[in-house]
Design a protein around this ligand. Structure first.
Ligand SMILES: [Zn+2]
Length: 252
């Protein structure tokens, strides 16, 4: 029967991923996330139920609006597939436990932030606030060990990027700092340090590749959010394994 649970997780991830595209695009513009219904951004035509099917509609329409021919961003199916995949592998990593609720919420937060930051280079406060409150409440019932690790993580998550922002004179935005604080609450102190390390590594590595291929110019502002998303996911799901591997391979 487990296969059924994984199938449900995947389907839920697809549907929610589709919704997170809407949330990530609308919340920064202070638009309602319910009305108006999804429409083509080119011709404003309301999408038919078939066009709302995650991923498949994008493939069948070859990423174009069938009315105006306007291009549909590949970010839509990417977010849908990524949310679904992460929802499905979460129980393999944290088990069918209470923590799965936190894992899915974390994935949800990160997907919305990814959409907003890719579209507007902005991490919306409202999203951070709602998820922050959700995590503070749920961590009362699903605590880290020890329980205060969440608060220490949040403190470090806030202070470390703030110091870097001061030293680098704005190398890190206010949204990034607040996001790290929320992530620290979920990950605890070790997890947030790892998330910070991984995000910086991904940013430097992919930034370098971008420069080599001439896609990124030196000094050009870039959204750091997607790297934080990637770093936080790595730290949350694999942090402990990576630390253990590191200590057994290099220290002992
Ligand atoms: Zn259109």
């Amino acid at each position: 029967m487990e296969i059924l649970l994984y199938t449900y997780s995947f389907a839920l991830g697809l549907l929610l991923g589709s919704f997170y595209n809407v949330v990530g695009l609308r919340v920064p513009k202070n638009q309602s996330i319910i009305f108006p219904a999804s429409h083509c951004t080119g011709c404003q035509r309301k999408l038919t139920p078939l066009e709302l099917i995650p991923v498949l509609s994008y493939i069948f329409l070859r990423g174009k609006c069938k009315n105006c021919g306007g291009r549909v961003s590949p970010i839509y199916p990417f977010v849908e597939i990524t949310t679904a995949t992460l929802f499905t592998i979460s129980p393999l990593l944290v088990g069918w436990s209470k923590e799965l609720l936190i894992a899915w919420a974390l994935i949800s937060l990160l997907m919305i932030i990814f959409v907003s930051d890719m579209a507007y280079m902005l991490i919306p406060d409202k999203v951070l606030l709602y998820f922050g409150v959700f995590f503070v409440i749920t961590r009362l019932f699903i605590p880290l060990d020890p329980w205060w690790d969440a608060y220490l993580g949040a403190a470090i998550g806030f202070t470390l990027p703030l110091l870097i922002a001061i030293v680098s004179k704005g190398g890190m935005g206010g949204g990034d700092i607040k996001l790290f604080a929320v992530l620290g609450f979920v990950l605890g102190w070790q997890g947030i340090l790892l998330a910070f390390l991984f995000s910086s590594f991904y940013g430097a590595f992919l930034g370098l590749i971008g420069m080599i291929f001439g896609k990124v110019k030196r000094g050009q502002p870039m959204a750091f959010g997607p790297y934080i998303v990637l770093g936080a996911l790595t730290a949350y799901f694999f942090g402990e394994k990576i630390v253990n591997w590191y200590f057994t391979s290099f220290i002992a």
